[in-house]
Design a protein around this ligand. Structure first.
Ligand code: GDP
Length: 332
């Protein structure tokens, strides 16, 4: 007998957070449904093998009718909207697609819920992001960005996520829906895609140690991020949907570190203290507008949700490099 008979629908099931969340909810006894798009999505088979308990539903955030169908099939108590064009660099190259999926896709999902949830009982989680703050110097609160901080997105991705954040709140206020916006600072781990800088580094460091690669090419090394572990953050997502009233919450570690610091710890894991000879700068990985520094203030989530991150920065780097020394990823 499972502990709960709840049903959850996850968009973005093939992504980093989708995997962590599916495992968490399954462990709690949920029946888990995941939306997957594209006829030949190579991640379909991997997802089926890794999460055999997830029922996959063919749907696409840009196709409203498919989302209505997904709602009818899953009949969820909770919907987690994690699907997005989520890479900042990619969003500069594909800004319209980013708007269609990352912005309008949220509206499509909310409408699908509204049209199918006659009892008004579905709880909705929107994956919002620290990229909405922009990290500009004039805009930084001393203790880190919180739920009241001013937004100033610096990429088509950040701008699209702003729409998702506000439409989630607007539908909460307009239709009395249980909608939560979780503003999550960067969260990484062994499931992170290699297009993100942390996994790109941990993967390259492991490959250098294994003699499969002799250097890594990166963009700017000075930006700072508030990096946590994704496994901790999906726990926070779930907690947000278990409250009496829907609200917005920041999840962050309250620490910020530069890419140089990440490099230092990652190379130290393989016994290299001077990493400079192994790192080349490549302007292709620089962004038209950069977010200088992100630091989040998770006090509200800690206080109201009883949430706390368990993995610290050195622990995160170690976890990722250790994983990549045993699991081969492609070079990027
Ligand atoms: P983001 O914070 O959502 O943009 O997450 P990323 O992991 O993609 O990027 C974090 C920071 O690393 C940004 O400031 C990037 O400009 C910087 N960066 C430097 N070199 C690279 C690189 O080669 N790839 C990526 N993805 N980011 C890089």
């Amino acid at each position: 007998m499972s502990a709960t008979s709840k049903r959850a629908l996850i968009t973005g099931i093939t992504g980093q957070d989708g995997g962590h969340l599916a495992a968490l909810l399954h462990g709690k006894g949920y029946e888990v449904f995941g939306i997957i798009r594209g006829q030949h999505n190579p991640r379909r088979l991997i997802t089926q093998q890794e999460f055999p308990y997830v029922t996959l539903i063919d749907a696409d955030l840009t196709d409203s009718s498919s989302l209505v169908r997904a709602m009818q099939v899953a009949k969820p108590d909770e919907v987690y909207n994690l699907a997005a064009i989520s890479h900042v660099g990619y969003s500069f190259k594909n800004p319209q697609l980013t708007a269609d999926v990352t912005a309008k896709g949220v509206l499509n999902m909310l409408e699908a819920i509204r049209l199918t949830d006659k009892g008004g009982n579905v709880r909705f989680y929107q994956a919002s992001t620290s990229e909405m703050y922009g990290g500009l110097e004039y805009n930084r609160p001393e203790k880190g960005y919180d739920e009241q901080s001013t937004f100033h997105p610096r990429s088509p991705y950040g701008v699209a996520k702003m729409y998702g954040h506000w439409i989630t709140q607007n539908y909460r206020e307009s239709y009395d829906m249980y909608n939560v916006s979780g503003i999550l600072f960067n969260h990484e781990g062994e499931r992170r895609g290699v297009e993100f800088v942390t996994r790109k580094i941990s993967n390259a460091v492991a490959r250098i140690k294994l003699g499969k690669q002799d250097h890594i090419e990166l963009g700017d090394l000075w930006p700072k991020r508030d990096w946590g572990y994704a496994g901790d953050y999906v726990e926070g997502m779930w907690r947000m949907l278990q409250q009496d009233k829907p609200d917005n919450y920041v999840l962050a570690t309250g620490e910020t570190h530069s890419i140089e610091e990440f490099l230092t710890l990652a190379f130290a894991e393989i016994g290299i203290t001077d990493w400079k000879p192994y790192v080349k700068q490549n302007p292709a990985f620089m962004r038209p507008a950069e977010v200088d520094l992100l630091l989040g203030n998770p006090e509200k989530a800690e206080r109201e949700l009883g949430w706390e991150r368990k993995v610290d920065f050195p622990g995160l780097v170690k976890l990722m490099v250790t994983h990549d020394l045993t699991v081969e990823e492609t070079k990027i």
